[in-house]
Design a protein around this ligand. Sequence first.
Ligand SMILES: Cc1ncc(CO)c(N)n1
Ligand SMILES: Cc1ncsc1CCO
Length: 218
Amino acid sequence: MKWTDKAWTRIAPHFDRIINLPFNQELLQGSLSKERFKFYMAQDAYYLGEFGKALSTISGRMKDLDQVLAFSQFASGAIVVERALHEGYFKVLGIPDQIEPSPTCLLYTNFLLTKSAYSNVEVAVAAVLPCFWIYKLVGDHIYSLQDGIGDNPYKNWIDTYAGEDFAKSVAQAIEITNQLAENSSEALQEEMLEAFEMATKLEWMFWDSAYRLEKWEI
Ligand SMILES: Cc1ncc(CO)c(N)n1
Ligand SMILES: Cc1ncsc1CCO
């Protein structure tokens, strides 16, 4: 059994909860409030910058040069998406340039940065995989349930993650993770599964915190 099959089995219940989150249900219907979408966009721009740095760190730790290249392309892809949010949604929604990360956003990005720098690189790759895979499936799910996608105000966002380019990156990230897992001990594979599950929970928390417009209580 491939590592990613085991990984999926482990997070399947979390994935159902992600799909059913009010944030994603309302995004799908186009009824999500502008205030919540704006909060999410600002936090996601911060997230993408830190995620890009984590991907760069992983790139430099890879042994195989094809994998160095793949992760460096993922890193630049994440920063390009961040820049596009800045040029597009930030202007339209009136988001300030400097973003203070919410508690959950800081928790998630610090988790990714810490794993990318201090864990075995196999574990680091497993920790960033949900960012690819979950977004792809959430994007596809939302896309597949839309008929009149033309009038959904969140169409651009949906298109980014349901598109061809993103699909290629996701397939590549899944393949690299399986290659690394095949050459890893059982114990290391288990550690990869734990990192993958934790990142999946943090994805759930990220959407949930945006819906709640999460604030610092102090
Ligand atoms: C929180 C989060 N996870 C994953 C992605 C996709 O990279 C994103 N844009 N935001
Ligand atoms: C995972 C991910 N999310 C936004 S860009 C990116 C890398 C794709 O190249």
